[in-house]
Write a protein that binds this ligand. Structure first.
Ligand SMILES: *[C@@H]1O[C@H](CO)[C@@H](O)[C@H](O)[C@H]1NC(C)=O
Ligand SMILES: *[C@@H]1O[C@H](CO)[C@@H](O)[C@H](O)[C@H]1NC(C)=O
Ligand SMILES: *[C@@H]1O[C@H](CO)[C@@H](O)[C@H](O)[C@H]1NC(C)=O
Ligand SMILES: *[C@@H]1O[C@H](CO)[C@@H](O)[C@H](O)[C@H]1NC(C)=O
Ligand SMILES: *[C@@H]1O[C@H](CO)[C@@H](O)[C@H](O)[C@H]1NC(C)=O
Ligand SMILES: *[C@@H]1O[C@H](CO)[C@@H](O)[C@H](O)[C@H]1NC(C)=O
Ligand SMILES: *[C@@H]1O[C@H](CO)[C@@H](O)[C@H](O)[C@H]1NC(C)=O
Length: 756
């Protein structure tokens, strides 16, 4: 009854009726056994594309004979100009030995840009259904001679024109076809087959036809919109939605290689929903089994002011990889960062096997610097890998370098994303004009809903390249210099200049030096692990002394990691806080760095109030209980400070004064300096606040003596303030308090009167 479903047309119904009324059942020929199928392909090099082809062929147990391996390629530049005659010549030579094998079916296909989506039985069944001796792939675009269009037999629907990337036929017939070849290696193979096919007599005598409706062959050129992935439990197919077919041979002809790479991430069984990635552990290397770890050159690129650079360097130091196998090349384009690099150099110049810095005085363009770094590895035969990393990549996974090396690909990057955004370091697809396009799987890969190693068209910010690849496939390349504009880079240039076209999840414009796979080399991104994140370099104002303090809005995760006390979250999970006096709560909130940088920032500003009653900074101009202080507003830190209060103080308030929801509103936010020579203590007073926080910014005994706080109503003093810890207490009525004298050194505290 399956047949009926498709029999909408009257003629079809008639045919069905006829076959029903006929007394003879139609003769279905016996299926051709799969061992009678021989795949012939021409490949002169084992490119990544060829290896992918072989993998799909082996998966389905095709018998493949490779012709021409190791020969120099003489068939022209297929795709851009005519050529490919070498393929016909090699096929002709191979067919001479097979000409007599009547029942042998030969499948001749390209291999660099082609994958199998189904097995031999299926292809043979479909071939038999086509009821011809020879079947060619078809496509909707005519090549190489458009003038031949009129000569093609007209068809009612389907692809009209011959494509020579796929041919299937009985051996004697294929032999008869290719034996007519007498042209040169760089003549066009497709033109040769086309001319035979367009000759009506030959078409009939050789019993040739085209696979018009993509039953067997799917050429992607001009047909990208017709195909979809079809996920089944054990296998992924490509479905042609126009002909409702499941093609067996998928060919990324002309400029659809990137799209084939995308399909190849799934077809035939590379990744599916049930089993995830099936190839991820193929060809991997176990570093623990090696006598020695490979040598890696790390190229660090600081091309714009970047927040959290000292932390970036710390991440490099904590990479789990023997340091004597690491060589460091740093290009710094920013004078602002010279102090950070100097510090890193002073502390670590002997940590690595070698350490080279090129500073802003060299005036290198970004492209020149990247070429220089890459070339340092290329020209050094002992350099096994080149690991390029931009300063806005915060690798939180210490195993990153090991994991990438073990994955053993020519070019591979770890997925890094902007916190809580869809912004990442790769593109899943390119539009036809070379701009960013979002692939169907982009979001799933970024969010790690699909986990694997993905063949992709572009990436930036961080990647690992094999030294051998640099010395072979990437030998001649000035990868990053745009002025010379080789065609690939023209594309990058477009990308670079496309700021107005940019989508919100494409990589940041300031680092549009993206890597594109060179011809024949696949480029991968892995999201098998959580590797780290991309920092935002937008809105980074470097005119402060410690500019990272201002990054609470732009890079909240990194801000928290740098400035919030390690044990802060334990306040909520383990009640990690103290109550030294009634309703005076004491808890950790700032890291050492936060304390130090706030003090530095204030001393850098330097204009302390002097602790006078007259104070132009406040409404009324008079302060009853003045301190020697600087307001957060004076250093332009008030918005950030209030955000800090809302993010990190409000949750604590809610915990200890349950039912009180603070608005986190405060006018008086300041840093107080107590020192014997100026102001050493503060007399008993109330605060104009619902509650007050008082954070110690330095250490008793090492930085000062004395200090502390006394609450009169409870006859209770706290004499040993802890750096980074905050008091929180009601401001009025019950909590009359005083600042105890600092007897030596200088004591700093940060104070806010909240909800006045
Ligand atoms: C290929 O052959 C192997 C070994 O004979 C078999 O286990 C496997 O199932 C075959 N694969 C397919 C897709 O038929
Ligand atoms: C082509 O071959 C098939 C069998 O393979 C045969 O049935 C058909 O008649 C042939 N067509 C022509 C035009 O010779
Ligand atoms: C740096 O290079 C740019 C462009 O190559 C040039 O315009 C500029 O004058 C150079 N600056 C210095 C200080 O050499
Ligand atoms: C950067 O900070 C300085 C110093 O606080 C300030 O004067 C300037 O307006 C800020 N620039 C921007 C763009 O916010
Ligand atoms: C955090 O608490 C642990 C014990 O719970 C302690 O060992 C560690 O030193 C604390 N961290 C800081 C920065 O004080
Ligand atoms: C306050 O406490 C101290 C010891 O902590 C004690 O010596 C003193 O007598 C107390 N004062 C009052 C008024 O309770
Ligand atoms: C005061 O501090 C300085 C250095 O911080 C130290 O050398 C000195 O001994 C201290 N004086 C007293 C009286 O503790």
């Amino acid at each position: 009854m399956e047949y009926l479903k498709f029999c909408f047309v009257f003629s079809c119904w008639m045919k069905f009726a006829t076959s029903l009324s006929s007394t003879e059942t139609p003769q279905t020929p016996a299926p051709i056994p799969p061992e009678k199928l021989l795949v012939l392909t021409v490949a002169t090099e084992e490119t990544d594309g060829f290896l992918r082809f072989m993998k799909s062929a082996n998966y389905f147990n095709y018998t493949v004979k490779v012709l021409g391996m190791g020969d120099p390629w003489k068939g022209g530049d297929v795709g851009r100009s005519i050529g490919g005659g070498q393929k016909v010549r090699l096929l002709k030579e191979a067919m001479e030995a097979l000409a007599e094998q009547e029942d042998l079916v030969v499948l001749s296909v390209d291999s660099y840009d082609l994958i199998f989506a189904g097995g031999p039985e299926e292809i043979l069944r479909k071939f038999q259904q086509a009821n011809h001796k020879v079947l060619f792939a078809a496509e909707g675009l005519i090549w190489p001679d458009k003038r031949l269009a009129d000569k093609y037999p007209s068809i009612r629907s389907g692809k009209r024109y011959l494509n020579s990337g796929g041919i299937i036929g009985y051996a004697p017939h294929i032999h008869r076809i290719v034996s007519q070849w007498n042209l040169h290696d760089n003549d066009d193979d497709q033109l040769f087959y086309t001319k035979l096919y367009l000759d009506p007599l030959k078409r009939e005598s050789l019993n040739m036809t085209l696979d018009h409706k993509c039953q067997i062959f799917q050429n992607l050129n001009g047909a990208v919109d017709e195909v979809l992935l079809k996920f089944a439990s054990d296998r992924v197919r490509v479905r042609n939605t126009v002909y409702d077919s499941l093609p067996v041979v998928v060919h990324g002809n002309a400029n659809t290689k990137m799209y084939l790479n995308y399909l190849g991430n799934y077809v035939p069984n590379t990744w599916n929903y049930e089993h995830g990635c099936s190839h991820c552990d193929d060809d991997t290397v176990d570093l623990s089994q090696l006598k020695e770890y490979p040598n890696v050159l790390i190229g660090v690129f600081i091309e714009q002011p970047t927040p959290f650079l000292p932390e970036f360097f710390q991440q490099l130091l904590t990479l789990d990889y023997p340091k004597d196998k690491l060589n460091l090349f740093i290009h710094n384009n920013e004078v602002y960062h010279e102090k950070h690099i100097q510090r890193f150099w002073d502390e670590n110049r002997n940590t690595f096997n070698s350490f080279k810095v090129v500073g802003p005085e060299e005036n290198l363009s970004q492209g020149e610097a990247r070429n220089m770094g890459m070339h340092l590895c290329r020209k050094d035969a002992t350099c096994d890998f080149y690991f390029s990393i931009d300063s806005d990549v915060m690798l939180t996974n210490r195993q990153t370098l090991k994991l990438l090396v073990e994955q053993n690909r020519k070019i591979i990057g770890p997925l890094v994303t902007r916190h809580s955004k869809l912004w990442s370091n790769f593109w899943g697809a390119l539009s036809l004009d070379g701009y960013y396009a979002r692939s169907e799987d982009y979001v799933d890969i970024v969010q790690r809903k699909r986990v694997g190693v993905w063949n992709i068209p572009f990436m930036a910010h961080v990647y690992l390249v094999k030294g051998t690849t640099l010395r072979n496939e990437l030998k001649e390349r000035n990868f990053f210099v745009l002025e010379k504009l080789d065609p690939d880079m023209a594309l990058c240039r477009n990308a670079r200049e496309m700021t107005s076209h940019r989508e919100k999840d494409s990589p940041s414009p300031e680092s549009f030096h993206m890597l594109r796979p060179p011809k024949g080399v696949f480029m991968y991104i892995t999201n098998r692990h959580d590797f780290g994140r991309l920092i935002s370099t937008a809105n980074y104002n470097i005119s402060h002394y410690n500019s990272d303090l201002w990054q609470i809005f732009e890079n909240p995760v990194d801000w928290k990691e740098k400035y919030i006390h390690q044990n802060y979250t334990q306040i909520f999970t383990q009640n990690y806080m103290e109550e030294p006096c009634p309703d005076v709560f004491w808890f950790p909130v700032f890291s050492e760095k936060a304390c130090d940088e706030i003090v530095e920032e204030m001393e850098h500003y330097g204009t302390w109030s002097g602790g006078r009653h007259e104070d132009k900074r406040i409404t009324g101009g008079y302060e009853t209980v003045p301190t020697d202080d600087i307001h957060m507003k004076q250093i332009g830190f008030d918005k950030e400070w209030l955000h800090f209060i809302r993010e990190f103080i409000s949750p604590v308030t809610l915990k200890v004064f349950s039912g009180y929801y603070t608005k986190g509103y405060a006018v008086m936010n300041f840093v107080v300096k107590y020192t014997p020579g100026r102001q050493a203590y503060l007399r008993p007073h109330h605060d104009s606040s619902t509650f007050t926080i008082n954070i110690a910014l330095n250490n008793k005994d090492t930085d000062f003596q004395g200090g502390g706080c006394r609450f009169h109503r409870y006859n209770c003093s706290i004499n040993s303030p802890r750096k980074g810890w905050s008091f929180m207490h009601p401001g009025r009525l019950t909590h009359l308090h005083e600042g105890l004298p600092t007897t030596n050194g200088t004591r700093y505290i940060a104070v806010s009167f909240i909800d006045p």
